[in-house]
Design a protein around this ligand. Structure first.
Ligand code: COA
Length: 347
């Protein structure tokens, strides 16, 4: 049976860093509140003119370089912040990388988007449609936050992460093992941008300015995220035939440090096995898991042969988990990604 094997990894963060203290200068919040309630110390934010496709292309090229390949047969982009409502952003990303004749499409599953996109990429390989797939999670989330909303402004950040998948064998290092995905559309209002879509346009009412921004019911999301990530993790572990003691690394969506600790707690996993980079980058939504993988690999927390459990929860509501055995990747990525020299200089 063909399996999808991870053979490349890359990340990209915009250079501008916004600290908690900087946010506290314009919002009724504090470094202490943000750190205690979320575990976040700072986040990267795009400068005017930079969009999701720029970050995605940079991460994608880094991943391609680390894989040693020059091209892919398919690009799948997970994002909540496409450059435009129409068309999709993936073809723009592919074109920015010089790939103007490959299939490329967007996946919209908010913070679960990367796991959904990974499953799509793995499925394309398993079906024999593609030999190599680039899967990217990318966000310029700061562009959809209401500037005066302290409950969302302190949490989200911008960035992108990408992996390259190639066709291989299920028992190889790097092979994706199993997936669990789910959704519950009755929770659509918990995480939403109300305006700008068909629902608002067909209502005949003009869009209210406040409806163009991202809104979240943080408390309800918190409890649903812990429950669904724990359940989904258990489901994928059962499919893989792993017990919780077999998991070397939990790479959970970096939503909130308390959410990650609660998921680890519910699973009975020692918290030190959970990989974290939320302090430095905040919640980067669809980019969060591949950025955590890139950081984990760069700092030596992910080693070839590690059994890795990925899990995420996001708007929709959506959730998903995946299991894989970590590959032996090239050491191209040993530099921390925030200090890396850009591969794409001109926007
Ligand atoms: N700074 C200071 N105070 C804040 C604040 C901020 N940025 N945001 C909210 N508060 C206040 C609230 O108004 C409330 O005040 P009150 O007690 O006087 O009413 C108090 O802090 C507690 O608010 P609450 O909403 O109960 O806090 P919380 O512990 O649930 O934390 C979130 C809020 C948003 C951090 C948390 O719910 C969360 O992380 N949710 C998940 C978000 C997420 O990751 N979503 C992405 C998709 S998975």
């Amino acid at each position: 049976m063909r399996a999808a094997v991870v053979c490349g990894l890359g990340g990209s963060l915009p250079p501008r860093i916004v600290t908690n203290d900087e946010l506290a200068q314009r919002l009724d919040t504090s470094d202490d509140w943000i750190r205690t309630r979320t575990g976040i110390g700072r986040r990267h934010v795009v400068d005017p003119g930079t969009t999701t496709s720029h970050l995605a292309a940079e991460a994608g090229l880094r991943a391609l370089k680390s894989s040693g390949h020059h091209t892919v047969d398919l690009v799948v982009l997970a994002t909540t912040t496409p450059d435009r409502t129409c068309p999709g952003t993936a073809p723009t990303v592919a074109a920015r990388m010089g790939l103007t004749d490959v299939p490329a499409y967007d996946v919209s599953a908010v913070c679960s988007g990367f796991v959904y996109a990974l499953q799509a990429g793995a499925g394309a390989i398993a079906a024999g449609f593609a030999e190599r797939v680039m899967v990217i999670g990318a966000e310029s989330f700061s562009t959809i936050l209401a500037p005066d909303d302290r409950t969302t402004s302190v949490i989200f950040g911008d960035g992108a992460g990408a992996v390259i998948l190639r066709a291989g064998e299920p028992d190889e290092l790097g092979a994706l093992q199993h997936f669990d995905l789910g959704s519950d559309g009755s929770m659509a209002d918990l995480i939403t941008i109300r305006g700008g879509g068909a629902e608002q346009r067909s209502s005949g009412s003009p869009a209210r300015p406040e409806d163009s921004y991202f809104r979240m019911d943080g408390k309800s999301v918190f409890f649903a995220a812990v429950r669904r990530m724990a359940e989904s993790s258990r489901a994928v572990l059962a499919k893989t035939g792993w017990g919780i003691e077999d998991v070397d690394r939990l790479v959970a969506h970096q939503a909130n440090i308390r959410i990650i600790h609660a998921v680890a707690g519910q699973l009975g996993l020692p918290p030190e096995r959970a990989l974290m980079n939320i302090e430095r980058v905040g919640n980067t939504s669809a980019a969060s898991i591949p950025l955590a993988l890139a950081d984990g690999f760069a700092c030596g927390s992910l080693r070839a042969g590690d059994r890795v459990l990925l899990t995420a929860f996001g708007g929709g509501a959506t959730w998903g988990s995946a299991s894989l055995v970590w590959p032996a990747l090239s050491s191209e990525l040993t530099l921390p990604i925030e200090n890396a020299t850009p591969l794409l200089t001109a926007h």
